[in-house]
Design a protein. Structure first.
Length: 303
């Protein structure tokens, strides 16, 4: 006759739970994991939507600020393109610094860490303080650095330049050569494109509300990015030949415009005595540059 205690033990509810528990436990774990993953997906989706709306709002805000700082066109100061000579630097371009929004480009970018300028911001030309500059085409060599640029033959009062420093501000020497084999040099500090230092001889040329990342995204920050305007006085009694840029890849030149000698006085007279920093220029030194120069600043935005 079977032992009743053994029968009770088999049919005991506690023992029944112990038999069922190992089977149902994995199912409970599965649903917990599934619920956690679902919550994570929902959160990520929400964060992505928030970032999209945030970036769009920042771009719109910066673009609005940019429109307020658009330089006055040439005709507002009584000048015209016939009084200046915006250069076509296509034969001198040796690096790519401008891309279309949304396009992808090499991870090095313009600055070596994956960033470049937007064609939608810069366009094909810029007018700064009454001087028009001609810009290169996006996605192809469109900036110049570490080389010598041949200038058109002629007598000019000043050379205007759109340029910037990357990976920190830079202190460099530019050398202008004349047809009689003489040269003049000028030392200029250039601000980093994210950190304007307001150096002597430097003014804001273009305000960029954002820059581009190599993966096609916009890099929008609390402050805009900049390209700066510089003006170098030339010896107007001599025929220019070329300008040698510093051998420094962190100095990037976007455009050069020359002001003919006979046009310089006309421009200033039409300004009714008001001289802007870009028109007034900076006097070159007809000697060798000093060997004692300040070291370049490490300030900037490299990422």
């Amino acid at each position: 006759m079977p032992d009743k205690r053994s029968v009770i033990a088999v049919s005991s509810p506690s023992n029944a739970r112990s038999i069922v528990s190992p089977v149902t436990a994995p199912m409970h774990t599965f649903w917990r994991i599934a619920a956690t993953l679902l919550i994570g997906v929902v959160l990520l989706f929400g964060i992505e939507l928030y970032l999209r709306f945030y970036i769009t709002a920042k771009v719109t805000e910066q673009a609005s600020k940019l429109s307020k700082f658009t330089p006055a066109p040439i005709h507002t100061v009584g000048t015209s393109d016939t009084l200046t000579l915006p250069l076509d630097l296509s034969s001198a371009y040796n690096a790519i610094g401008i891309y279309n929004d949304g396009s992808k480009f090499p991870e090095t970018g313009l600055d070596g860490v994956g960033f470049a300028c937007s064609e939608q911001v810069l366009g094909s030309s810029q007018t700064v303080e009454g001087v028009r500059f001609r810009l290169g085409q996006a996605g192809a060599p469109d900036v110049v650095r570490s080389t010598t640029v041949t200038l058109p033959s002629g007598k000019f009062s000043s050379l205007k330049m759109l340029a910037m420093a990357i990976n920190g501000s830079q202190n460099e020497v530019f050398t202008v050569s004349y047809a009689d084999n003489s040269v003049s040099t000028l030392t200029q500090h250039l601000s980093d494109w994210y950190v304007p230092s307001h150096y002597e001889g430097e003014s804001v040329g273009v305000i960029m509300p954002y820059r581009l990342r190599y993966d096609g995204r916009m890099d929008v920050r609390t402050k805009p990015f900049y390209i700066y305007a510089y003006s170098f006085n030339l010896d107007s009694t001599k025929q220019v030949q070329s300008i040698s840029l510093p051998h420094n890849r962190n100095v990037v030149v976007f455009a050069i415009t020359l002001v003919p000698a006979q046009a310089y006085g006309t421009v200033l007279s039409r300004l009714t005595g008001h001289k802007t920093s870009l028109l007034s220029g900076k006097t070159p030194i007809p000697t060798s540059p000093s060997t004692k120069q300040p070291k370049p600043s490490t300030r900037g935005c490299s990422s």
